[in-house]
Write a protein that binds this ligand. Structure first.
Ligand code: DC
Length: 221
């Protein structure tokens, strides 16, 4: 049987992680956060003192870095769950994720993860367009920039990182431009994705809406 993949894509702060976790619980699937994989490679790059714009060196380092993404994110045997969300990684991750060799490597690992786990809810930027274009349910979440900035700002406060909401908004805009404008696997909805604007919606309502779609494609009763 082909493993079932639910693709959840969208920009930062659109609600992907929260919604992906809730959907996975409802469908009895596990979640893969592919953004955490790109962040983990970026942390390894920064720790090794490699220039994030040096495509060759970054690709070589990605090949030899030992990365594990789950409840805890491990980078070369060290718990990096906190550090991958820090400002240094957030500042460099769009450059590392524009590297075609890094993308090839991580896409291959994402497909392997799904094969090993018998399917899953996979969240990212290019899951419906590139990684699993045959997924029966592709969800693209979006939200206006104030809503997204407010959500990410709350994440920063919970993580006890002192940063103003205007800086968070500026960072989101910068990353959106880089992630949407890159040549390889840019951020965009797949032609058959269900696009949901989550501004002003509660998590419960978004989850309900996605489950409705899951029902209509026969993933749940
Ligand atoms: O979801 P996130 O903000 O943690 O993702 C961090 C960065 O990783 C994001 O700015 C773009 C990149 N990314 C990507 O290029 N492709 C993915 N499938 C997931 C994330």
């Amino acid at each position: 049987m082909t493993p079932v993949v639910v693709a959840v894509d969208g920009p930062a702060g659109s609600g992907k992680s929260t919604v992906a976790r809730a959907i996975a619980a409802e469908l009895g699937l596990e979640v893969l956060d592919t953004g955490a994989m790109y962040r983990a490679v970026t942390l390894a790059v920064l720790q090794a003192g490699v220039d994030p714009d040096d495509d060759r060196a970054v690709a070589d380092l990605a090949q030899v870095s030992v990365i594990e993404v789950g409840e805890v994110v491990w980078v070369n045997g060290v718990d990096a769950s906190h550090d991958i969300r820090g400002p240094e990684v957030t500042g460099a991750v769009s450059r590392v994720s524009a590297n075609p060799s890094v993308r090839d490597l991580l896409v291959e690992r994402q497909r392997q993860w799904v094969a090993d786990h018998g399917g899953g809810v996979v969240e990212g930027r290019d899951i419906g367009t590139v990684v699993f274009p045959d997924s029966p349910l592709k969800v693209y979440l979006t939200a206006d920039s104030s809503t997204r900035a407010a959500r990410r700002h709350l994440d920063e406060q919970v993580a006890q990182r002192q940063v103003g909401v205007d800086d968070v908004r500026a960072d989101l805009q910068r990353r959106d431009a880089l992630d949407s404008g890159r040549a390889v696997a840019p951020l965009r909805p797949a032609p058959d994705a269900v696009v949901i604007d989550t501004s002003g919606m509660s998590v419960e309502d978004v989850v309900k809406r996605v489950l409705q779609e899951a029902r209509s494609v026969g993933l749940v009763e």
